[in-house]
Ligand binder design. Structure first.
Ligand SMILES: Cc1ncc(C[n+]2csc(CCOP(=O)(O)OP(=O)(O)O)c2C)c(N)n1
Length: 358
């Protein structure tokens, strides 16, 4: 089965860092929206790191530094009724789906007003109305879960498309293979975004799978595959948009391998001593998704430097406001702990997290 490389990383001829592909149907205002989401993702994560250093975060902080474009560009290609199930590395997709930074801050701090009311952490929550299925595991299990969601949607005659994100490590688990096989047999409209970010915790990809391109695995299930430059937000959008049209039209699942790089460790506690010297610095200097998007917007006269600064200032204002809101939330009361664990409907209104009350 052929792997499409139409949106795969291009080689730079002049040694200059690349910007983004120019073949796009996106309008200038949509490109600026993508840029805003990229900045929001990075700066929300930076704020989370600061909160962790102040001992305000419960549990680890997981970053998508250097690979934000994969989550943002792909999620942006979905319609409002479509679903995602993200990994901890896909905060960008969660924000694109309309989750507010205040929810993320409150959730990471295990506050009573967070979406899970302090019962779980980071992005371990969901929002069915916004099409966000909370992850139960990073390692493959969400592929069969999303397959079930799509099976149910099909039975209800809905034209729903869904993205399940998976890492290079997660793709070596049994759950991944069972899930994609079932989706292929049932011709379900599932888009699997395989984030090839080079490391699974501390294990480099070549030590846990023998294929060079994760896209090769799709052939085992007769699933069409594409390789995309995961650091080009426009390419990620375009390749996912095509996959969504194909899947919605009855073509069945699609696998997209996004070539990218994880610049931080598995979580902030990880000192990355297993990474060869100079590797992270190379990616930071030559292949940062936000730098590339900025260059593109300036080259294509979509925005001026001042406009981009204005967007960043607005993002920072939102973060400031939302972080203050989350910090002002109380911690959950002990007697609330058992409510909502199995069924949100039985949570008395006064016990519901502030963000879920309206
Ligand atoms: C059964 C199980 N074993 C181990 C872990 C710990 N764990 C969480 S993510 C992860 C590595 C995932 O790597 P990859 O799929 O490449 O995704 P990435 O973190 O690079 O985005 C590990 C070992 C877990 N959550 N569940």
């Amino acid at each position: 089965m052929r792997i499409s490389t139409k949106f795969a990383p291009r080689k730079s001829t002049d040694g200059q860092p690349l910007s983004c592909i120019t073949e796009t149907t996106l309008k200038p205002e949509q490109m600026l929206e993508l840029y805003r989401h990229l900045k929001l993702t990075r700066l929300v994560e930076e704020r989370l790191v600061n909160l962790a250093k102040q001992s305000k975060v419960v549990g680890g902080v997981f970053r998508s530094l250097g690979q934000e474009a994969t989550a943002v560009g792909s999620a942006y290609a979905l319609g409002p009724g479509d679903f995602i199930t993200p990994l901890i590395r896909d905060l960008g997709a969660v924000l694109v789906k309309g989750i507010r930074p205040r929810e993320i801050f409150a959730q990471y701090m295990a506050k009573a007003w967070g979406p899970s009311g302090g019962r779980d952490l980071n992005i371990h929550f969901g929002d069915m109305e916004k099409g966000f299925i909370g992850p139960i595991s990073h390692l493959g299990d969400m592929i069969p879960v999303m397959t079930g969601v799509l099976l149910a949607a099909g039975m209800q005659k809905k034209k729903t498309v869904a993205i399940a994100y998976i890492g290079d490590g997660g793709m070596s688990t049994g759950a991944f293979h069972e899930g994609i096989n079932f989706a292929a047999v049932q011709k379900l409209p599932l888009i699997v975004i395989a984030e090839h970010n080079q490391y699974a915790y501390s294990t480099p990809t070549n030590l846990q799978t023998a294929v060079n391109d994760l896209a090769e695995k799709a052939a085992g299930y007769a699933v069409p595959a594409s390789i995309v430059d995961g650091n080009d937000v426009i390419a990620c959008y375009e390749v996912t948009k095509r996959a969504a049209e194909f899947a919605r039209g009855g073509g069945g699942p699609v696998l997209i391998e996004a070539k990218t790089y994880r610049r931080r460790g598995h979580a902030e506690h990880d000192d990355q001593r297993y990474v060869p010297a100079g590797e992270i610095e190379w990616w930071e200097k030559n292949n940062d998704p936000i730098d590339r998007c900025e260059r593109y917007l300036l080259e294509q006269n979509v925005a001026t430097k001042e406009k981009l600064e204005e967007i960043t200032a607005d993002v920072l204002r939102e973060i400031e406001e939302d972080c203050a809101w989350a910090e002002s939330s109380p911690m959950p009361e002990a007697e609330q702990a058992a409510y909502g664990v199995f069924d949100n409907d039985i949570v008395p209104p006064s016990f519901r997290p502030e963000v879920l009350k309206n």
